[in-house]
Design a protein around this ligand. Structure first.
Ligand SMILES: Cc1cc2nc3c(=O)[nH]c(=O)nc-3n(C[C@H](O)[C@H](O)[C@H](O)COP(=O)(O)OP(=O)(O)OC[C@H]3O[C@@H](n4cnc5c(N)ncnc54)[C@H](O)[C@@H]3O)c2cc1C
Length: 505
């Protein structure tokens, strides 16, 4: 059996490893020149800088992927746990660190906002942990289910756990029950943006991301791009063929399902199965041809997740003691998300700053590497240049007001339009469908499509966005493909058959 994987993002690489480890012949076709997709690097003023994801969590997902392929993750990618999860700063000059050690975080919050806030944090952390413990085995690592399927799975024996996931309250509203200090509410609300959602519309379920982070954040030796290279290396060892600069223009389907793809060059590649790691929106808008369009339901543009404007470069930093991950909050969080919901760049943005060289700044005359991210609406090319310039100025102004002075040496701005060009059919939405409302998590497409033999993997697919979640989706795609194949071959030997890819979980 030959499987083509379209896209070498984390989901595609993970699916390729999981399939090849089970004996499937795999070819990965990637339009870019390197693996990783959103996990990408830019070379700026001679410095090589991670320009995509920077916060690496859920290490166990990758360890399990490699274990199942007969290898040890640590032999391919070296990681170190970080002690300070993130440093947070506000315009009034206050700062707060969250630590890998929960007691240390509780003490820091107590000193920052008082004993009631520390108790609020303990309650919040316990609820986030329960939500994660409930959803990880029943939702995140399983094929996509319906709300009723999930409720039956959890509720049958633990109805209180079902309530713990708080699907009907927004994250922002729920946080008011734990924290009266607006800065703490803002800090924990930010977790919604990890899945490209507004905290004012996302369900409180997303508090589980706080638990994900509390379970560990790791710094990857060589940067996040080393993860993509490590996955690619394991794939090659298992016999996966990688072709870069290979853009798929069409998925060919026949009466029994997929039969292959046509590259933009005109070359045809035959395939018995296909895993699409490109955004599923590309299928829905016919970027892979008219016949593949019926594979998934179209997503209304208003449901798109956040995009971003980023600045990746080098600068000498002064005045604020940066750590690896830093967040600088604007005064009015609601106004920031109101701007984005209205299709505007935020007038006064909060800014995430990754500073991998924070501990050796002084020894770098050209300045340390920095990667900054501001949330932005996913409206592709519709943002005018002046608006982008204003937002960039506001971003650096925000940092200065929080005490971080930057002497910039070199930098590259990446806009929602740039992301739209990198990831076709997304309009710059970086996380698929926004997790807004209780239904959204169930509306992401699952691994199986409506077309036999056609599967999906990636951050816009169940279980959702983020590097480890994309890896989980890659494994789920491989599992679905293999179980459908086995089902069909059992059918040939006399038992009931279901054509690959047609069943829904
Ligand atoms: C700025 C930024 C910051 C982020 N921060 C974090 C973070 O700190 N932590 C975290 O966990 N996550 C973060 N994320 C999210 C995370 O990066 C993504 O959810 C994850 O990497 C998505 O992986 P994926 O499998 O969906 O593939 P993608 O990365 O979306 O890659 C898809 C691949 O498909 C290829 N492709 C598309 N169409 C075709 C075609 N027609 N033919 C061939 N190839 C094609 C593309 O070129 C691309 O390489 C961030 C994302 C961004 C952009």
């Amino acid at each position: 059996m030959h499987c083509v994987v379209i896209g070498a993002g984390v989901g595609g690489l993970s699916a390729a490893i999981a399939l090849a480890a089970r004996g499937v012949e795999v070819t990965v076709l990637e339009r870019a020149a390197t693996p990783g997709g959103k996990v990408r690097q830019l070379t700026v003023g001679g410095a090589v800088i991670d320009a995509g994801p920077t916060v690496f969590t859920m290490l166990h997902v990758f360890e399990a992927l490699f274990d199942a392929s007969g290898a040890t993750f640590g032999d391919y990618v070296r990681v170190q746990p970080v002690a300070v999860l993130a440093r947070h700063g506000w315009r009034d000059g206050t700062t707060l660190d969250l630590f890998a050690d929960r007691e240390q975080s509780t003490d820091a919050i107590g000193s920052f906002a008082g004993a009631a806030a520390a108790r609020g944090f303990q309650r919040f952390a316990a609820d986030a942990a329960r939500s994660y413990a409930t959803l990880e085995p029943h939702f995140i690592t399983r094929q996509r289910s319906t709300p009723w399927g999930l409720a039956a799975r959890i509720g049958a024996h633990r109805p209180r756990d079902l309530l713990s996931i708080k699907p009907f309250e927004t994250l922002w509203a729920a946080l008011g029950g734990y924290f009266s200090d607006p800065r703490l509410r803002q800090l924990f609300a930010r977790y919604a943006t990890y899945s490209g959602a507004s905290p004012f519309a996302a369900p409180a379920t997303l508090m589980l991301i706080a638990e994900v982070e509390a379970r560990g954040v790791w710094a990857v030796d060589g940067g996040m791009f080393a993860l993509a290279r490590g996955l690619e290396r394991r794939g090659r060892e298992l016999g996966v063929r990688f072709r870069y600069g290979a853009e798929v223009a069409e998925i060919i389907t026949g009466s029994k399902g997929v039969t292959g793809v046509v590259l933009a060059s005109g070359e045809q590649v035959a395939a018995d199965r296909i895993v699409v790691n490109a955004d599923p929106a590309a299928l829905a808008v016919s970027l892979f041809g008219a016949s593949a369009r019926r594979g998934v339901a179209a997503m209304p543009p208003a449901r798109r997740s956040l995009s971003a404007m980023t600045w990746t470069g080098t600068a000498r930093a002064d005045g604020f003691p940066l750590v690896h991950h830093n967040v600088f909050f604007a005064d009015d969080y609601r106004a920031e998300f109101d701007d984005i919901a209205a299709g505007r760049l935020p007038v006064s943005p909060s800014v995430y700053v990754c500073a991998p060289d924070h501990d050796r700044q002084a020894g770098l005359p050209a300045g340390g590497r920095l990667h900054m991210i501001v949330n932005a609406p996913a409206i592709g090319a519709a943002l005018p240049g002046e608006a982008l310039d204003r937002c960039e100025t506001a971003m650096f102004d925000q940092l200065a007001r929080c005490g971080l002075a930057l002497d910039r040496r070199a930098g590259i701005r990446t806009t929602p339009a740039d992301f739209a060009a990198l990831f076709p059919a997304t309009q710059g939405a970086l996380y698929g469908r926004a997790s807004h409302g209780w239904r959204a998590s169930f509306q992401r497409p699952g691994a199986r499509t409506r077309i036999p033999g056609l599967y999906l993997a990636g951050g816009a697919t169940h279980p959702g966005a983020g590097v480890p979640m994309a890896a989980v989706s890659g494994r789920l795609a491989a599992d679905a493909l293999l179980s459908d194949r086995d089902h069909v071959s059992m059918g040939r030997s006399g038992r009931k058959a279901t054509a690959g890819g047609t069943s829904t979980p």
